[in-house]
Design a protein around this ligand. Structure first.
Ligand SMILES: NC(=O)c1ccc[n+]([C@@H]2O[C@H](COP(=O)([O-])OP(=O)(O)OC[C@H]3O[C@@H](n4cnc5c(N)ncnc54)[C@H](OP(=O)(O)O)[C@@H]3O)[C@@H](O)[C@H]2O)c1
Length: 281
């Protein structure tokens, strides 16, 4: 469902990011407003680091529901807010700001969004999980998996960052050459390897995992990364990050409006946007 922008809608939410034009969030949230019967609008704004304080201050106005934050603001925005959820505080990154009566609360819906996408994909719950990466997305993944009792190994190009992340959020750091791959039942790519690079993989030599393993790549552009191709060639189930993208948006929408719109509405909006190549404003 492609729903037009409502620039003067009485309720409004924003995305602040740099760049912002590639974002699929406007299509998802406009479809959700339409589905919920709410006269709402969603605008993606290109905001650089210098402009963030003023953009965030603007969220305190009546009628503003809040905002999503993407690169490069997820880790710098907490200092501009009144309050953080426990998840956002532990992860150290905010992707959703919720406005209420002039106060701004920061949340992180990437973490529960990943868990919801893994549940949809029927991910194995026991066994060993590996998270690839050590940036904000990896922090959300390790936090989420640790909260749900997973045994987590962190593997990152810069090993010292994997060690620091594991020391802070739980789990252990591992080297790709020596990780106990055959015991791994869940592999989550939270690195940006493969993003807009169909031949780039965070694991150029794909390891032999447990045969029940699910490979989940947070990257969704391209829809089939080299990691996903390698996993499928090894006979494993593999999913890209569109499900997580839809779920993190659904959770943000519920936090703003109190309405739980089915994830299928967000997924259909993503499919429609991908099919038309429709860029966000
Ligand atoms: N599906 C979703 O809803 C969703 C949500 C959030 C994020 N994401 C995706 O998750 C990815 C990571 O986001 P982020 O915010 O965590 O980024 P980030 O903070 O910039 O971290 C990037 C991580 O990727 C690693 N990396 C980059 N290029 C690599 C390569 N060629 N080979 C191996 N490792 C590489 C970096 O390693 P070093 O430490 O060595 O630099 C770093 O650990 C992005 O692709 C983003 O689009 C998806």
């Amino acid at each position: 469902m492609n729903v037009p922008d409502r620039p003067h809608a009485p309720q409004h939410a924003y995305l602040f990011a740099d760049p912002a034009a590639h974002s699929l969030s406007p299509q998802m949230h406009r479809a959700a407003f339409a589905h919920a019967g709410i006269d709402g609008g969603y605008t993606a704004r290109r905001v650089g680091a210098a402009g963030l304080p003023e953009a965030v201050a603007g969220l305190r106005q009546p009628g503003v529901l809040g905002a999503n934050l993407s690169l490069p603001h997820k880790e710098s925005v907490p200092a501009l807010l009144d309050d953080l959820t426990p998840a956002a505080r532990a992860i150290g990154a905010v992707n959703t700001v919720i406005h209420s009566g002039g106060r701004l609360r920061g949340d992180n819906t990437d973490a529960p969004g990943l868990l919801a996408a893994l549940a949809d994909a029927d991910a194995p719950t026991g066994g060993l999980s590996v998270v690839l990466g050590a940036g904000g997305a990896a922090r959300a993944a390790v936090y989420a998996l640790r909260q749900t009792g997973h045994d987590v190994l962190v593997v990152n190009r810069t090993h010292a960052r994997a060690q620091a992340l594991a020391a802070e959020l739980g789990g252990r750091a591992a080297w790709p050459e020596t990780a106990p791959w055959s015991a791994v039942t869940l592999l989550v790519n939270a690195s940006s390897a493969g993003l807009d690079a169909p031949d780039d993989s965070p694991l150029p030599t794909f390891p032999r995992l447990d045969r029940r393993a699910l490979v989940y790549d947070m990257v969704y552009r391209p829809a089939e990364t080299r990691l996903l191709r390698d996993a499928r060639a090894a006979g494993l189930r593999a999913e890209n990050g569109l499900g997580m993208l839809a779920h993190q948006a659904r959770l943000a929408f519920t936090a703003w409006t109190g309405v739980d719109v089915p994830v299928t509405v967000f997924l259909e909006a993503l499919k429609a946007a991908e099919a038309t190549g429709d860029p966000a404003p």
